[in-house]
Design a protein around this ligand. Structure first.
Ligand code: GLN
Length: 330
């Protein structure tokens, strides 16, 4: 046995470095998340949400408990981790928009969709009339109210009820979730008529991008009231990571790209740098992050920042992206 310290030391050092790098690798990526870690992060997020405000223009949303917070993380391999108030159900609001786009791309194809809506981002709010007027009535992307109302008008079905129901059933089947229409929320949405959305819909009709603005607006209001729990929301995210139909990967790519350029309204570019994950928020406090190839992060926390994004949701996505190295730009 001729081994001495001088021959063993380099081998031991090499092994130590290798093992350390393997362990470090295992700590990044969505798979690395564990229940205990998630619970700690939920507590941190709960301390942040008092910086946000509840929206006032939909009565039921203004009565939400600002302390609610739920998270669900699902990986492509099927691992699920949840934290916070996981039993809550909430309306998807604007978080339905990428899924209307995905449904229509899969069902009608790219030509029909991009005849109706553009792919350009904007620095103006999601319901800006100035933007729509500047664009001469052309809805510039599917995450704006104009774009979503235009897409709602081409959903298959002859009435708003039928259009919404077809979308609901399709999503439930393809994403293995249980979305339901929240009738109380819908009544609440309609109780204070949204003059801005009415104007958007009528401009779209005048400029010839939709046929019947009343049906289009009614459909839009209904699909915004499709409700989910936090696990359903993560399932929807997985639909864009692992789409089940042939050729759908290409459509999911379009949807994810638009989520990164437009998903967080006028704050999208800032969060592409800070988070680097395709995201979509909704005025109810929904925040969905889709990590390509890895899985989905679903958050729900009602207080919003000035741009209308969930404060708790943004905090969690930023934290997870940094700690788990999730940015697609890594
Ligand atoms: N129904 C809402 C609206 O049109 C959805 C908007 C949102 O979630 N940002 O105002």
């Amino acid at each position: 046995m001729g081994h001495n310290l001088t021959t063993l030391l380099p081998i031991a050092t090499f092994l130590f470095i290798e093992i350390k790098s393997i362990m470090n690798k295992a700590k990044t990526g969505l798979e690395a998340i564990n229940q205990k870690q998630l619970e700690t992060w939920v507590l941190l997020a709960k301390n942040r949400i008092n910086f946000g405000r509840l929206p006032q223009y939909i009565p039921i949303l203004s009565e939400a408990n600002p302390g609610w917070l739920a998270v669900s993380i699902q990986t492509v391999s099927g691992q699920i981790c949840t934290g916070g108030n996981v039993d809550l159900k909430f309306p998807l609001m604007s978080a339905i928009k990428p899924f209307v786009l995905f449904n229509l791309l899969c069902e009608l194809g790219e030509d029909a969709v991009f005849k109706t809506v553009g792919i350009e981002p904007t620095e103006k709010p999601y319901n800006s009339l100035i933007q729509l007027e500047e664009d001469k009535g052309w809805p510039r992307n599917p995450t704006l109210n104009s774009g979503a109302i235009a897409l709602a008008s081409i959903l298959p079905g002859s009435s708003a009820i039928e259009k919404c129901e077809q979308l609901r059933l399709w999503l439930n089947k393809q994403a293995n979730c249980q979305l339901s229409l929240d009738e109380l929320m819908l009544t609440s949405v309609k109780s204070l008529p949204n003059q801005r959305n009415r104007t958007i819909a009528s401009i779209l009709a005048e400029s010839g991008y939709i046929k019947n603005w009343e049906i289009a607006l009614d459909t839009y209001e209904r699909i915004c009231c499709l409700s989910a729990n936090i696990v359903d929301l993560a399932n929807l995210g997985i639909l864009l990571v692992k789409p089940p139909g042939p050729g759908w990967q290409e459509y999911a790519l379009i949807v994810k790209a638009l989520m990164s350029t437009c998903g967080l309204y006028e704050a999208s570019a800032r969060y592409a740098v800070k988070i680097g994950i395709p995201c979509k928020s909704g005025v109810s406090g929904v925040m969905l992050g889709v990590v390509p190839g890895e899985g989905a992060i679903a958050c729900y926390s009602p207080p919003l920042d000035k741009e209308g994004n969930s404060v708790g949701g943004l905090f969690l996505l930023e934290l997870m992206s940094r700690e788990l190295k999730l940015s697609v730009f890594n």
